[in-house]
Design a protein around this ligand. Sequence first.
Ligand SMILES: Nc1ncnc2c1ncn2[C@@H]1O[C@H](COP(=O)(O)OP(=O)(O)OP(=O)(O)O)[C@@H](O)[C@H]1O
Ligand SMILES: [Mg+2]
Length: 504
Amino acid sequence: MGVLEPVVDVQPLLEIKNISKGFAGVQALNKVSFSIAPGEIHALLGENGAGKSTFIKVLTGVYTRDSGKILFDGQDFHATSSGHAQTQGVSTVYQEVNLIPTMTVTENLTLLQQPKRFGLISPKRAKQRALEMLERVGLNIDPSKQLDSYSIAVQQLVAIARAIGTKAKLLILDEPTASLDAKEVLRLFELMRQLKSQGISIIFVTHFLDQVYEITDRITVLRNGSFIGTYATKKLPQAELIHAMVGKSLDELTSGSNRETSDSADDVLRIQNFGKQRFLKPVDLSIAKGEIVGLAGMLGSGRSELCEIIFGAQAVDQGSMEIAQNAVHIKSPKQAIDHGLGYCPEDRKIDGIIAELSVRENMILALQAKRGWLKPIPMTEQKAMVESMIERLSIKTPNLNKPIGELSGGNQQKVILARWLLTQPTLLLLDEPTRGIDIGAHHDIIAIMKELCEQGMSLLVASSELEELVIFAHRVVVMKDRKKVMELTGSDISQKSIVNAIAQ
Ligand SMILES: Nc1ncnc2c1ncn2[C@@H]1O[C@H](COP(=O)(O)OP(=O)(O)OP(=O)(O)O)[C@@H](O)[C@H]1O
Ligand SMILES: [Mg+2]
């Protein structure tokens, strides 16, 4: 079914007809069709688990398709691996960038994925080639430096430089902007426009709808593995787009999200003059029982740093901390957990997803550690807890024994969030809890956060989604240049006031 908005009068670069792909228990793609014109930027959208990454992997030969036809440049296309696809002009930058931080930029660009027949190339030629590849993406950096001496945004552009190499016709970007700040996103967009003007086509997967409207020509929506439609971006109002993705209207999604203020006066956490040289300027902050405190600020403003020092992941060199009115000196995350804190960091890879372990095992991990490894949680109890979380967070998995590595990226993130929710900490620190998570599930997560706080848990939530902070936070702390610059309460909390505080 679905709508199909054609590109006018051009021979598509890529045409996909009715591809299907099933995994045990899941029909990840069900007769999906797609086309992209030369020089077109095409968004591929859908909820977590809709099939976007699978679509890309089937196209690039990482997975074999069960059925369907792929025409590239008018020819039958059968890639057998992403490397093979790349030699044919189809290059992908995956959701998780796989560069090697401790190698130089040149090594990252030339050693990996080097077709064997070229053999080893001389350092001088390697550098020359690296410079050419960097120039193509407009990056003016020293390729002999180690990759991790550059920001994540630059590393991302290096990944793209490597992907497009010298002859890509189609570039696929699977959530490339998830860890970029606003300025870095602009830089990426500049690059995308430049590639477009060279006639390169781009498939762009993202959960940021504003970005879709800013940069793409057309949109294809998948839902539950099925093709819902292809639309001209300009002709599709955002409310209709959300409806196509989620199958529900925006009103249904946002109902009941009014802010109430916390009336509790007992502080679960109080820090004073709490900081660390060259890491975070001294901060004063208190959080009451049942309160949700939002942490706003640009990437690198000190949001994550504040969470880290509270959780004992970084030692402070000044200030004091009280938990439930008792002075404490937390020196490690273990001690923080013992004091009733929980911390769900931003990068789910660092946070230790154990890919081979099941959804249940991954989710139960922190609670088991908290209760002690010598007291295994009875299986029936585990199952009940995990099943309830799967339902409440709408985690898309056929059952709780599925290896977490086989879940979609956003659903893995929900499992990690559930892991910390299950420990029922008195204070939970959440760093970007909704990043990489689709718009429908954002709402579920906010609802759960509010429910837990009504039951007495407190939350400190760092988020770049100002709209959400405004909806759920009782108080918002604004960070800038590793310093707390403003605290907003009650009706003073608005997107505008937060932006003003950041811009000041
Ligand atoms: N290797 C695999 N084995 C089994 N099932 C898989 C595998 N890869 C994906 N799936 C399942 O296929 C479905 C689609 O997943 P996919 O990763 O394509 O989603 P997505 O649209 O990219 O989601 P997200 O926005 O969360 O990244 C999910 O139900 C997922 O669990
Ligand atoms: Mg994905």
